[in-house]
Write a protein that binds this ligand. Sequence first.
Ligand code: NOJ
Length: 751
Amino acid sequence: MRLRCLLLPCAALFLAATVFAAQPMTDAEIEIAVEKLLSQMTLAEKLGQMTQRHYNTKSANNPVDSAAAVRTGQVGSFLNPDSVETVNKLQKVAVEESRLKIPLIFGIDVIHGYRTLFPIPVAQSCSWNPELVEAASRVAAVEASSAGIRWTFAPMVDITRDPRWGRIAETLGEDPYLTGQLGAAMVRGFQGKKLSAHDSIAACAKHYVGYGAAEGGRDYNTTLIPEAELRNIYLPSFRAAKEAGVQTVMSAFNDLNGVPTSGNPFTIREVLKKEWGFDGFVVSDWESVKEMIVHGAAADLRDAGRLGINAGVDMEMVSTSYHDHGESLLREGSISPAMLDDSVRRILRVKFRLGLFDNPYTDTTRPSPLLSEENLRVARALTTESIVLLKNEKALLPLSSEKAKTVAIIGPLADSGTDMRGCWSCKGEASECRTVYSVFKDYVGPKDKILYAPGLKHGSSTDTDDISAAVKAAKKSDVVILCVGEPHELSGEARCRASLDLPGGQDQLISAVADTGTPIVLVVFGGRPLTFSKAASQAQAILFAWHPGTMAGPAICDLLYGRANPSGKLTTTFPRSVGQVPLYYNHRNTGRPVPVDPKAAQTPLGTAEDPKGYYSQYLDLPQAPAYPFGYGLSYTTFVYSDLKVEAPDANGAIAATVTIANTGTRDGVEIAQLYTRQLVGSLTRPVKELKGFQRVALKAGEKRTVRFELPKQSLGYYNNTGRFLLEPGKFHLWIAPNSAEGKPAEFVLGQ
Ligand code: NOJ
């Protein structure tokens, strides 16, 4: 017989509660318990479960007394509680003083770590390492749950092709397949092996859907996405999160084809819930139900609530249309009792799955997992794998004491813990982030010298007074480590930029340092792809480090000094100029593509007065990106040969092999990428689509044949009526180091 604790009346018994809640409920038991509870609920209690409030202590500005709202069953969840004590206190009111004793669920944005900060998600994706990304999310869950948080609003699985959008930092790159793989890894990490375990937290795939396609990269902006594009590009990562068992999904802010996504019955009820069979719940984004009034889709708050409930948004974040108007909407028949029951059923189901009924409290007597040695180890490993080596002329890197006796550390981001955190830094402290400068002494020889000169007071500063000191330091040094890029406040929600250039006086600083002739290693931080071609030409080596988190310094220095070999590869296309945006690898061909000859593609073909080629191109800059999707260097070199596609097996699955040789003198990891192209389709198909990848570890001089298997289904796509098509015909297939290299093999997909 199952041992299950009673809801314990006293906070002192938290530990006992944990001990007795040994066996999780089965799915069948959960469904019975949900129905039983549902049958006892009043309408007000149902609407209460569908309401999520922002935690605030009662004040003149915030008239809601949280405890009173919980006691009377008017709230099912809080976001952003201020402490574990608050969590336990409100939980106690919920499970002891409310009529039905339904526990609360507390959520917060644990986006790339709770206290131990991992690199921002777009950086994590450059590791192409689902296991490590999963491990990082596990750490984040363990840390967050120790503070009473059992729900994170992550992973973000939005696709964007626009680096102007500040939230590109939170994405997992521009590719639907890779985003799906890594988003699923995050879901597994957050939710753990057993959702009811005290250290598992429910994940939330967001923002459903199309949010990343905002016009002009302006946050919250309009999106216009045909159904085929929606299903082929924007929906697959949500589907992958669903298949990985994600418990919640967040509806978005954007208007999709004229219908706000938080009032969109097609995407939520039809696709997510009916077609895919998602049985968790949908939460709105912050007041995104209410914002339907501003969109011009709802007349007033009541109308907004009607749209949200009809669309299938089960829980309303912050705004109160469900709470205030649910009853009258039901009375007039604009929403149905079945809709409310469906929403409440979903919310209760997730609460049961999390074990909150059995074990509502957070045990504060456990040792704190925050910033543990093991957590920092995972952060260091993931940060190292997230950083991308973009250039390494004359093998300047890795450095050594022999190569550089005096090193100048220059740049406004060299010792800025704040800027290492990136957006959504949750409980991560700037002072806990190890910067390049703060750890550098551990890497140089005992007699070597380190000179430090920030050059600018802040990343965005235009005051150039300190540049002369940086120049002096550079002159006295054998090498300069120049730490530049975007300060954290230029990245994240509502942090969109019309320019992707290095901000403030950074270009001036770099030019002044370059003029000294001392070799430069550029370490570029940022929350998005940046445009820095001039700086790139002035530097001998470049590491793109993103916003790397707590272990920034150790990971970067491990790479600088060759204690680790770079393996990260870009997951977003880096344009040369903001004018090229949107620029992405999986575009269509058009009828007038730029010639494939790389020389022609790199050279402008004419001038505005005398255009030489009628191609889909710009006259005033080379067409290729600065760095393509999938690009990244290593301290060793890899050579690909012998690409072969095997005949399809009985199920039509395709297998392909390639031999990869490590031709350099260092051990390394190569991220091999498989792309396909359907040459002719009933809808035009992208010139390349990522279908698989493998991290291949090869010792210096070693070579290995790697094999990829592609299920037949992976070669299909959706058309504009939502039909999935698998069309027979010719395909090209590449296994290559990035999206711009390699020669394809051809195969034919049969009937
Ligand atoms: C708004 C953001 O769009 C969303 O991603 C986040 O989870 C909520 N605010 C809650 O903080």
